[in-house]
Design a binder for this molecule. Structure first.
Ligand code: CMC
Length: 441
């Protein structure tokens, strides 16, 4: 049995044999299907990449039907239970788990880069007191490219390694400064004797004490949340990082593009939106009424649904368990009861069942973050810290891949045919044509 697909062009009666590799056909093979001499060939049309692979990747395996997620082959459940974020970052970026010596070196190398230039503090101080911390993160990570002009040497392996350590090291510092800025607190310098996540908690929450001692349960839970968010193959923000990075711009600019994509409510901003929704619902008794609203199409139930997972999101299952460990320390976040009831009713409802809409990673993460004392606007920032390892690994994989060129999708032009320019005074009113773009401007 040949691994090929035979395509017959019924306009010409010609057949073409196209190779199937890794379960996919190269859509460029369709270019040979031409109806006439001046035909450019058939194109693939796939808005939002529903069934188009944009790259080959060796980083993350995801089976949405079976709820499987693996980083470099290791199941997410094992990593969440036994590993830690820095080790997972190593695994994702370098491809293998480190041995004792390599891990110590990696930890030291990342830790060396937790400080930021003093001008970054001044830069962040320029944001308004009520600036969204995700906007601060986005702007500041973009600004880092001006501090490290050497980062533009993206084809240099040593430069890529250095920027990777810098970004993984500095993201928590910038995130913590953003938080302290909106709170109006002085910034806290990194304490490199603490763990990656312990130091982050110190930079966030340290007040008068000489030394901040993170609660081990909170430190471990937040670290696990970073592990769960570390990569998720070709999601919206990773696609943004790869597409922007394919122009060979420096990684700070490419990662800033990823942060911008993650900011949106359909992606990393969903965790913030979930908690707002749960607060609005207010109590278990109001849940049934609210579900009707989500079914009417008026509003989406944030934290539900996924482009790829169609049975359950394995990260959601782990996070739900984690919530109770955190509540042991922080006290129960009463929104968990509203969330559980919402999940129960939705999972029995035909609307959600037919569309295969299940709780995703964002449904329970916000409830934990809130119990830990984070304001809602910080939730997507926490997602971004974890995802930085994945973005960097995907970016480096894209740069090294000889099959990757500048990202440049095709379009199907459906607009006007050629027409002559009419001077302003001679034009008749445009009227109310339905396809006019005037309401966009
Ligand atoms: N609530 C109500 N209806 C929904 C929802 C939802 N959360 N999600 C999808 N639907 C409906 C949608 O209206 C459509 O119905 P119909 O076929 O009648 O028009 C159908 O389900 C398919 O939706 P879609 O928008 O075509 O699905 P998609 O694969 O393009 O979108 C999604 C995936 C995650 C953007 C979407 O499910 C959504 O908006 N969820 C809420 C936001 C959210 O929780 N985002 C976090 C995703 S997980 C973490 C991450 O990667 O960022």
């Amino acid at each position: 049995m040949a691994d090929t697909l035979t395509i017959t062009d019924n306009r010409t009666g010609k057949s073409y044999e196209v190779p199937i590799e890794n379960g996919a056909i190269p859509t460029t093979a369709l270019l040979q299907c031409r109806a006439s001499e001046d035909d450019v060939g058939v194109r693939g049309y796939d808005p939002s990449f529903t069934n188009t692979a944009s790259c080959k990747s060796r980083i993350t395996f995801l089976d949405g039907e079976r709820g499987i997620l693996r980083y470099r082959g290791y199941p997410i459940e094992q990593l969440a239970d036994q590993s830690n974020y820095l080790e997972c970052a190593y695994l994702i970026v370098k491809g293998e788990l480190p041995d004792v010596e390599s891990f110590a070196r990696w930890e030291r190398n990342v830790t060396l880069h937790t400080m930021v230039h003093e001008n970054i503090k001044t830069f962040i101080s320029g944001f308004r007191y009520d600036a969204h911390p995700m906007g601060i993160l986005l702007g500041t990570v973009g600004a880092l490219s001006t501090f490290y002009p050497d980062a533009s040497d993206v084809e240099n392996l040593e430069s890529r390694r250095l920027q990777t350590r810098r970004l993984i090291g500095k993201l928590p510092t910038i995130a913590a400064y953003a938080y302290r800025h909106i709170r109006g607190y002085p910034y806290i310098y990194p304490d490199n004797d603490l763990s990656y996540t312990g130091n982050f908690l110190s930079m966030l929450f340290r007040m008068q004490e000489r030394r901040y001692k993170p609660d081990p349960v909170i430190e471990r839970a937040l670290d696990t949340l970073f592990v769960l968010h570390a990569d998720h193959e070709q999601n919206c923000s990773t696609n943004a990082v790869r597409a922007v990075g394919s122009s060979l711009v420096d990684p700070y600019s490419a990662i800033a593009a990823g942060i911008a994509a993650l900011y949106g409510p359909r992606h990393g901003g969903a965790n913030e939106a979930v908690v707002r929704t749960l607060q609005r619902i207010g109590s278990v008794g109001n849940v049934a009424r609210s579900v009707a609203q989500f079914k009417s199409g008026e509003e989406r139930l944030m934290g539900f649904g996924h482009r790829v997972y169609k049975n359950f999101d394995p990260r959601g299952t782990i996070i739900k368990k984690l919530a109770y460990e955190v509540f042991e320390v922080t006290g129960k976040n009463p929104l968990i009861d509203v969330a559980l009831e919402l999940e129960r009713i939705a999972l029995e409802d035909d609307y959600f069942v037919e569309r295969k809409l299940y709780p995703n990673v964002d449904f329970y993460s916000g409830i934990i973050y809130q119990a830990m004392g984070f304001p809602m606007t910080m939730f997507p920032v926490l997602f971004a810290i974890g995802r930085t390892a994945g973005w960097l690994a995907q970016w480096a994989e894209m740069i090294r891949d000889p099959e990757q060129r500048i990202a440049r999708p095709r379009q199907l032009y459906c607009g006007e045919d050629e027409r002559d320019y009419i001077p302003l005074d001679d034009r008749s009113p445009a009227g109310d044509r339905e396809d006019m773009v005037s309401d966009d401007i």
